[in-house]
Design a protein around this ligand. Sequence first.
Ligand code: IPD
Ligand code: CA
Ligand code: CA
Ligand code: CA
Length: 261
Amino acid sequence: MDLDHVFEQAKSWVLEAGEQIRSSFDKTLNIHTKADPNDLVTNIDRDTEKFFIEKIRETFPGHRILGEEGFGDELSDLNGVVWIIDPIDGTMNFIHQQRNFAISVGIYENGVGKIGLIYDIVHDELYYAVVGLGAFLNEKKIPKLKPAIVKEAILAMNITWVLKNKRVDHKRLIPLVREVRGTRSYGSAALELVYVATGRINAYISPRLAPWDYAGGAIIVEELGGIVTNLEGGKLDMLTTSSVFAASPGLHGEILEKYLK
Ligand code: IPD
Ligand code: CA
Ligand code: CA
Ligand code: CA
């Protein structure tokens, strides 16, 4: 893959889609539910995904696409170039707050992350990384992550996971929540991952996400020396749902050894 060319195209489409989403704020949203009454989707999520798919198919007919809203391809492997797209990550925030949501794009070649873009539309902040070339916030290079320790760390996690739930033994997470300096919850996995990348928070945990939630952010965090795995410390799966644990160097090992194992 010609990384420069693919990156330039991806960047221009992300910015264009962002502009369209911004202009939708003045219009009435069509809101629908999916798996349950709190699992929301809007016409803007769908239109944005269709916009990317049309552009990618026209410009890169050999590339395949995995998108949350299901307009892309059905994938059973990651061979070749695969775009993993979340047209709006943080749809609930988009609907209720008109902030704290982002477009997320991860571009993989034979299963290896190459290009990640997360666009915080409301703040006009584009986070991106091209593997081996560094990560940027708009045009500014993001410095490599410094090591962090639990006692001084800010951890992002949804409060649901420390209540009794069917995904994870919640008792496992309580000592960690007690020990860190502070906790936060933003409601957009993509933004929480780039907050880890920029050091605004030091760790992010979610017991259940889909590939489009983390495909873009994981590339950016890793490009800066951060570590992204599942809650067991294993490699993330880009074809099925997975738990996600992203953290600064040092901190990832400390949390894994002392709190998660
Ligand atoms: C959601 C957000 C949220 C996470 C949910 C995701 P969506 O994505 O990333 O932070 O907790 O699990 O589904 O549905 O708004 O794209
Ligand atoms: Ca969704
Ligand atoms: Ca999402
Ligand atoms: Ca989404």
